[in-house]
Design a protein around this ligand. Structure first.
Ligand SMILES: [Zn+2]
Length: 400
């Protein structure tokens, strides 16, 4: 298949796998890492503007944490086995960030004035996926999740879910994600769930209200073990549907971790925990984006945004100077000086680089560059500083 992200990932040097590192444990090469870094920075800034606070928590913890959270009881089939540590302790690679974020919440007392408290992290977690389902970036065993847990007073949950759906839409528009559909994921028969009937009913009601007016399907058996969720689905190049973004309601973990806040009347109350991911894991997101854009990412997260081509050795100085100006302006730029101009332009097009800057003798003498866009359009020669500004403006993530 032409747009298979594994083939494009190899051709564009985005990521690699190695039998020594193991199946489902891909390596992000410099080009893939540059694109991912740009996306991570954008997400952090989008979240910061929306009132999120970012934290760092470790990808493993004592087994007691996951006994308390319910993961070892309900989710151990997807987890790596606990590792012994000393005589009477065990540590576990986490399958989710929620338990750590519950600990962040209760690291000190909380007041109603702090709610919704939005704890965000782009963090590592691990799933013991069977080797048969692994492939490229779409199913991996080491996952980097764009995650947050929004701790709300019960009466804030509806507005919070609506706000999260707005952020998801903004992230999709910026990244060029095409949504295949919204899904309300509910409990199914024959599976294990925590929490009582009343909690599930309330959570389902709140999510149904948030989806009012949005075309969606309902799927029994797709809920998390602790609560129902809204899943936002996309399709890969082979037409398979999978979940990219998700919003989940959880009344159970606040009970298990005995989370509380003091309300306006001085009474101790239980918050609701909203789990949300705007775009899922970096791995699955990029598996999707590589296929969706056939490797030609929007310029703001293209691995290299501008490649500078001196016509011959005599323009080496001005070409290097222009590339340096681009780098200092925050762009990812490089110089390609070897081979015929035609071959270098073809190579830039093969690599889907958004801008090619050609520096010939005339441009060099006048302090100008000629820009060529990815769609083949040629712009009139511009003063070098104007060219830097033009590319920089086009390479800004759309934060609004
Ligand atoms: Zn969570």
């Amino acid at each position: 298949m032409m747009n298979d992200h594994r083939r494009l990932g190899r051709d564009l040097d985005l990521f690699a796998s190695d039998p020594l590192s193991g199946a489902g444990l891909p390596l992000w090469l410099p080009a893939g890492a540059a694109a991912r870094h740009a996306v991570e920075e954008y997400l952090r800034e989008l979240e910061r503007r929306a009132g999120y606070q970012h934290v760092h928590t470790p990808p493993l913890a004592r087994r007691d944490l996951f006994d308390l959270s319910g993961h070892l009881g309900y989710f151990s089939g997807d987890m790596f086995p606990p590792m012994p540590l000393g005589a009477d302790d065990e540590v576990v690679l986490r399958p989710a960030l929620c338990p750590h974020h519950a600990l962040v919440y209760r690291a000190r007392g909380r007041s109603y004035r702090e709610l919704p408290l939005r704890v965000a992290e782009l963090g590592g977690m691990y799933r013991a996926e069977r080797s048969g389902v692994l492939g490229g970036l779409s199913r991996v065993r080491a996952i980097s999740l764009n995650d947050a847990h929004n701790f709300c007073a019960p009466e804030q949950v509806g507005a919070e879910v609506a706000e999260i759906l707005g952020l998801i839409r903004a992230a999709h528009a910026a990244l060029g994600v095409r949504v295949a559909g919204f899904r309300l994921s509910l409990r199914g028969p024959g599976e294990k769930y925590v929490g009582d009937e009343e909690q599930w009913r309330r959570a389902e009601e709140l999510l149904r209200a948030a989806l009012a007016g949005i075309d969606h399907t309902e799927a029994a058996g797709e809920a998390a073990f602790y609560g129902p969720k809204i899943d936002i689905q996309v399709r890969d190049a082979a037409g398979r549907e999978f979940t990219l973004s998700t919003v989940q309601l959880d009344f159970d973990k606040p009970e298990r971790f005995d989370l509380s806040y003091v309300d306006a009347g001085g009474k101790r109350r239980r918050p609701v925990m909203v789990h949300r991911s705007l775009v899922g894991s970096m791995e699955r997101l990029f598996a999707y984006l590589i296929e969706e854009h056939a490797g030609a990412f929007p310029s703001w997260y293209a691995p290299v945004q501008v490649v500078v081509l001196p016509l011959d050795d005599r323009q080496a100085g001005p070409a290097a100077g222009f590339a340096r100006d681009c780098v200092h302006a925050g762009l990812r730029a490089e110089v390609d000086a070897t081979g015929s101009l035609g071959a270098r332009i073809r190579d830039a097009s093969r690599r889907r680089i958004p801008y090619v800057a050609v520096v010939g003798p005339r441009e060099a003498a006048e302090g100008r560059v000629s820009l060529r866009q990815r769609d083949g359009r040629l712009l009139d020669p511009l003063p070098a500083s104007a060219a830097v500004d033009l590319v920089t403006a086009a390479a800004r993530p759309p934060l609004g």
